[in-house]
Design a protein around this ligand. Structure first.
Ligand SMILES: [Fe+2]
Length: 165
């Protein structure tokens, strides 16, 4: 079974080998493959997990590997992650993701506006990269487990929220 430390090493190596989008795409493929390992999923994506737990914060590159146990149905409006990227990897359940394009940027205390492009479903063993500036929103019908890899710890970054137009 792959451990979180081994996954972190693979991510670090990929990001160093190809700085920028190329390395992030490789990390996305590595994460999807990892989530097809039933033992990994059983070990790390357990129902006692909280909403978000940081499994690894990389001391060299700053990326974070987080496990999420999202409970119940939810709709999350379009948003961006400011200066960084995020990879959503599905472990259990499904997430219906949408890509959005910017219509109006947020300004002082006011949400921005965004228009929906594609909608697709993340199923167990699949992952998707939201590169820097890529707006996305999501919906789920029931509880789900994900591994998200953040370019830097999103706990320290305020999310940019948009309304759909
Ligand atoms: Fe997000």
């Amino acid at each position: 079974m792959k451990t979180i430390e081994q996954l972190a090493t693979q991510c670090r190596d990929a990001l160093k080998a190809k700085p920028g989008s190329g390395g992030r795409k490789d990390v996305c493929a590595i994460l999807a493959e990892t989530l097809r390992d039933a033992e990994f999923v059983d070990a790390y994506l357990v129902d006692s997990n909280p909403d978000r737990i940081v499994l690894h914060e990389d001391s060299e590159l700053g990326f974070c590997i987080c496990a999420h146990h999202f409970r119940g149905a939810k709709v999350r409006q379009p948003h961006g992650h400011g200066p960084t990227w995020a990879i959503y990897g599905q472990g259990r359940g499904e997430t219906i993701m949408s890509d959005f394009e910017l219509v109006e940027a947020p300004s002082a205390g006011k949400r921005g506006k965004a228009r929906r492009l594609d909608t697709y479903t993340l199923t167990p063993g699949t992952a998707h990269l939201y590169d820097i500036g890529k707006l996305h929103g999501l919906r789920r019908e029931r509880s789900a487990h994900l591994i998200r890899i953040e370019g830097m710890n999103l706990h320290n970054i305020s999310r940019e929220d948009y309304e759909e137009v």
